[in-house]
Design a protein around this ligand. Structure first.
Ligand code: ADP
Ligand code: ZN
Length: 440
């Protein structure tokens, strides 16, 4: 299918990979020089015999640099990874993650400028642009989701409504009054928004909305399709993490077939999470990124713990930046239930294949004697509760069968009316592993 394609930095996006790799090497050397100015990398790189960016002769020399982990960032808190004088820093973002130990990323004006450009490039890649009204429903604050795409949206010329997250009623009113055409939200919030509208007797497809950028949490292709269908729009996957700025690390283009990683700004590696060895294109592995355009907080070979794969084909849009597939989850999300390894995304994929099954779900793992017990709670359309009991039992049976064939383990499936399971303003919390909480 031919599409109308717009580029923000056409030569950077569609230029030969040879040229791209040359600029990557030049920027990697600069980044290593920057990193050497920090307490953390100053010690670590010198131990490896790297005294200057000049010591990096090719991209392959990247392997001389050890990986950087989330724990390294925690240990370096608050200033151990700062490479410029504090007087040159214009913003910071702090992430507390789930464990509560903070990490911090600083940005200079130049850092923000290149991030803004990546944001504009991402937005334009989806076909959005200056005629759009962009309601940004990601949280503004220390979390990078809101501010992260705000400036890129403005730079792309869109009218940006900095709505931030929550207050669903006001979101709907803003969408209605200002004829919002593009939104940015978590996929779970999009589903909640649709349910809320339907509850109020408003057809989500009756708005002016054309596109949604969804990210910040794992979601399946079925969830994308569900959101597209409910609102009658195109939904684009958006990936980022605060360590690599935030949103606009990787974004889907109009073809919606994987996310282009902006490789002039990041060197991407995909490695086996156990051994740290590279995996082949198409194979699943952990994403590892090196910043190329950051002076305040350069990060080298950062282990994201996010699992994905690289497409081994070129995209029809003409961009030469490689694409990654939907994020399957984080290495530390994996649940071991009665000895079987399961990712929450497999459970979502299996239940969302059933059209009767609604927008919200929870995964609960408990100890039951010596064994683990898995319960999947999910919302289903209201009418099913008034139907014949046989129907609900048949649906439960199908849900259990779907789950069993994908995760091997046989779960208990509980159905709830829409709106019963709790909704989070930011990232959805789906997994409740009581075994951990018992130990804690
Ligand atoms: P925290 O680390 O506290 O969750 P971040 O904002 O840095 O805060 O979260 C980034 C993480 O969110 C990523 O490492 C990834 O696990 C997840 N994430 C971001 N975008 C997506 C996406 N499109 N699909 C799946 N997961 C995503
Ligand atoms: Zn493309």
């Amino acid at each position: 299918m031919r599409m109308n394609i717009d580029y923000w930095n056409k030569s950077i996006e569609t230029g030969d990979r040879e040229v791209l790799e040359k600029t990557q090497l030049a920027d990697l050397r600069k980044t290593v020089d920057q990193a050497l100015k920090t307490d953390f990398y100053g010690k670590r790189l010198r131990t490896e015999g790297i005294e200057s960016g000049e010591d990096i002769r090719s991209i392959a020399d990247l392997h001389r640099i050890p990986y950087t982990t989330k724990q390294d960032l925690r240990d370096a808190y608050p200033y151990g990874l700062l490479a410029i004088p504090l007087s040159e820093v214009v913003r910071l973002h702090v992430s507390s993650g789930t464990t509560g130990i903070p990490t911090v990323i600083y940005h200079s004006q130049a850092d923000l400028n290149s991030w803004t450009d990546l944001g504009a490039r991402s937005v334009i890649a989806t076909g959005a642009g200056k005629d759009d009204v962009f309601q940004n429903m990601m949280t503004y604050g220390l979390f990078t989701g809101g501010l992260g795409l705000h400036y890129g949206g403005e730079r792309a010329g869109m009218l940006v409504i900095p709505a931030s997250s929550g207050n669903t009623q006001r979101q709907i009113k803003l969408m209605h009054d200002f004829k919002t055409t593009v939104v940015h939200a978590t996929p779970s919030y999009m589903l909640h928004l649709a349910a809320r509208m339907q509850n109020d007797g408003v057809d989500p497809a009756s708005l002016s909305l054309r596109k949604a950028f969804v990210g910040a949490e794992p979601h399946s292709e079925n969830v994308r399709l569900k959101i597209e269908e409910l609102f009658g729009i195109d939904v684009y996957n958006s990936y980022g993490l605060s360590e690599m700025n935030g949103p606009a690390v990787a974004f889907e283009c109009v073809y919606k077939k994987g996310m282009h990683v902006w490789e002039d700004a990041y060197i991407m590696e995909v490695v086996d999470p156990e051994t740290g060895e590279p995996v082949e294109d198409g194979q699943s592995g952990e994403l590892v990124f090196t910043t190329l355009k950051r002076e305040a907080t350069p990060l080298l070979r950062y282990r994201t713990r996010d699992l994905s794969f690289v497409y081994d084909t070129e995209c029809e849009c003409g961009r030469k930046h490689r694409r990654i597939g939907r994020i399957k989850g984080r290495t530390d999300d994996m649940l071991i239930i009665n000895g079987v390894n399961i990712y929450p995304s497999q459970i979502e994929e299996a239940i969302m294949r059933l059209p009767e099954i609604g927008n919200n779900y929870q995964i609960i793992v408990e100890k039951s004697g010596a064994l683990d017990k898995l319960t999947v709670k999910t919302e289903v359309r209201k009418s099913i509760f008034s139907d014949d009991a046989r129907e609900i039992n048949a649906l439960r049976k199908r849900a259990i069968e779907n789950l069993k064939s994908s995760i091997i383990v046989t779960p208990i499936v509980e159905f709830h009316e829409p709106g019963i399971l709790p909704v989070q303003e930011g990232k959805a919390k789906r997994v409740f592993d009581m075994r951990k909480e018992e130990q804690a």
